[in-house]
Structures are given as structure tokens and as C-alpha cells.
Design a protein around this ligand. Structure first.
Ligand code: GYE
Length: 321
């Protein structure tokens, strides 16, 4: 097996890697070649070419960005090696360049989090003109960024929300801190930060405190509300319980067993579903919003407590179907 992981930029990514490594272990009968591309698609193309030379039976790719995959996946196809995509999507002319894709519905994640904000505003009598949102974006061109940003921009149009700025925080804490500090300085009216992952949210919290303001849900008192995605980092979940992050759209990282199931089907000469989504929820410690609506469907909000967090088991071998 050759696994081309895009990087190690976040807690989500590290959990995703742990799940793949635990599943495709020597004890489980696999020989795994694992390569970390350090967030560069060009490194992924090199890794895939090495896997082809090594003569692996399967290639798993967690792609950094959506575009630029036609050539290298064409080479894998010519070599007769099935490619399984996980997490983010790719944009290729020929869909037969990969066997299947397993990942999250990032637009739906964005719709759930913005629906939470809509409901929170309604319940607390916050007018559209009272909020000024900064979109702290993930690595530009990554599906997780595209879908989550789209969720926000669609909700902003619908609700007449003001988006003061959008900037690339590259899904990292350091970059998230840097661009949030700049935005709070240039747009002091900012009072909602829509952080497209938890690690950037941790950076944003630091920038908020340093600016002399307080992260929290009480906009009338001048607090800055942070909304986020993933729900993997224990620190981020703790901030959620403490009321410094308002809501987190879950993004599920443990795909190892789902990928294994797809490979077992291929081994049996069967065809796995071309696309499959993992199940995801929404987390908040505020107990007033219990349900959100996205894409015409209702989703429950998981109200988390310290007990819940202390007992949570993020097992790298867990299953999510
Ligand atoms: O949300 C973020 C990461 O593509 C789902 O990438 C992934 C995203 C995840 O680094 O933390």
C-alpha cells in the first residue's frame, strides 16, 4: 500500500494518519509506504510516482488541492494500480482515474454551522446588522475550504450578513493567529470568526485575547464569537466547554476501516461505491440550540459536557459508515 498524506497541519490530519497507520499495519498483513507531502501537491505527485516504481497494489491519496491530478493519476492507471481518494476531492476530466472517494460533505458542514448561527441569533434577538464576520479560511483550493466557505457565503447572502474579510489561514494555528490578528486590527468591528478548522481557531483565540477582547457568545457585551470545524483537538473541545468557542461542525477523521473495506471489495473483484460520505454531527456546549437545518434536513446538536469529553474515545480503528 502506498499512502500519500497531504501533511500534518492539524489535529484532524494527525488523527487521520494514525487511523490509516493503525489499519494498514504489518500485524494486519500490510506493507505500508507512507509519505507526508507537507501541504504541497507537487510532493504528492512525486510520492505517487515512487509508489508506482515500488510496485504497490493500491494507492491511497488524501489530496492537498482539487486541481492538477490528471497526469499523475493517469500514470497510476496505466500501471494498473487502483487509486482510492480520501478526505478532499479532486477535479479530473476522467473519473476512471480513481476507484472511489471516501470523505466528508464540507458544504453540508458549513450549512450546519451557519444554521446554528442563524438560530442563535434568532433566539438571542441579534440582528443581521449586529454581526461582522471574518472568514478564516483553510488552504485555498482544498475541498474543505471550498465547501465551508461556500456554506458561509450562501448563508451571508440569505441573511444579509456582513463579511468583513476572508483570508487564508492554511489550516494551521500559526497562520490562523497571524491573519486573525491582522483582521482584528484592520476591522475592529469584527465580532464573529468563522474558522474553517480548530487549529486556526486556537490561533484566533490567542489573537482575540491579545487584542484586549474576550472570546465568547455574548456579542452584546463585545465578545468575539468563534465558530469552527473538526472537533478532534481536545484543546478546541475544552474551549467549547468553557464557552470560548461557540460551535464546532464535526469532521470525522478515522477513515482507516472505510478504506480497508473498499480494498477488500476490490480484492474480491467488486466495485466499491464511487463516493461515500462519513457521518458527522455538530457540537456545542450551549444547550439552547438543539437542532439545525441544512439542505432541507434537520440534524441534532450534540450538547457536550466535561464528562462527555473526558469519556470520549477517539479510536483510530473506529468505523464510520
Ligand atoms: O478540517 C483540517 C485539515 O480536509 C477535512 O484539513 C480536512 C481538513 C480538516 O487540516 O483540519
Amino acid at each position: 500500500m502506498g499512502v500519500s498524506q497531504l501533511g500534518a497541519e492539524s489535529d484532524w490530519r494527525r488523527a487521520n494518519t494514525a487511523s490509516l497507520q493503525a489499519t494498514f499495519s504489518t500485524e494486519n498483513g500490510y506493507q505500508l509506504f507512507f509519505e507526508d507531502a507537507q501541504q504541497k501537491q507537487s510532493n504528492q505527485a512525486m510520492a505517487i510516482r515512487r509508489f508506482i516504481q515500488q510496485g504497490v497494489d493500491y494507492i491511497v491519496v488524501a489530496p492537498a488541492t482539487e486541481v492538477g491530478w490528471d497526469n499523475v493519476l493517469g500514470e497510476a492507471k496505466s500501471a494498473g494500480i487502483p487509486v482510492i481518494l480520501i478526505d478532499r476531492r479532486i477535479n479530473v476530466k476522467d473519473a476512471t482515474l480513481y476507484s472511489c472517494w471516501i470523505g466528508s460533505d464540507f458544504r453540508l458542514e458549513g450549512d450546519k454551522v451557519t444554521s446554528w448561527l442563524e438560530q442563535y441569533m434568532k433566539r438571542n434577538d441579534i440582528k443581521a446588522s449586529d454581526i461582522h464576520i471574518f472568514d478564516l479560511q483553510g488552504s485555498l483550493g482544498a475541498s474543505a475550504q471550498l465547501g465551508r466557505t461556500e456554506g458561509l457565503t450562501k448563508a451571508a447572502v440569505r441573511n444579509h450578513w456582513d463579511i468583513v474579510d476572508m483570508a487564508d489561514g492554511d489550516f494551521t494555528e500559526a497562520k490562523g493567529y497571524e491573519v486573525t490578528a491582522r483582521t482584528l486590527h484592520n476591522h475592529p468591528e469584527t465580532n464573529v470568526i468563522y474558522s474553517e478548522n480548530d487549529n486556526m481557531a486556537l490561533g484566533a483565540l490567542k489573537a482575540i485575547r491579545e487584542s484586549g477582547r474576550k472570546p465568547g457568545l455574548n456579542l452584546a457585551a463585545g465578545e468575539v464569537m468563534v465558530l469552527s470545524f473538526d472537533g478532534v483537538s481536545k484543546d478546541a473541545m475544552q474551549y467549547l466547554i468553557n464557552g470560548e468557542i461557540a460551535c464546532i461542525g464535526e469532521c470525522y477523521p478515522m477513515y482507516g476501516s472505510n478504506v480497508r473495506a473498499a480494498i477488500e471489495l476490490l480484492e474480491d473483484g467488486k466495485t466499491p461505491d464511487k463516493e461515500s460520505y462519513v457521518n458527522e454531527g455538530l457540537y456545542s456546549a450551549d444547550s439552547t440550540i438543539t437542532q439545525v437545518t441544512a439542505g432541507g434536513k434537520d440534524y441534532p446538536v450534540t450538547i457536550i459536557t466535561q464528562d462527555w469529553l473526558d469519556n470520549r474515545d477517539l479510536n483510530p480503528l473506529a468505523d464510520n459508515e
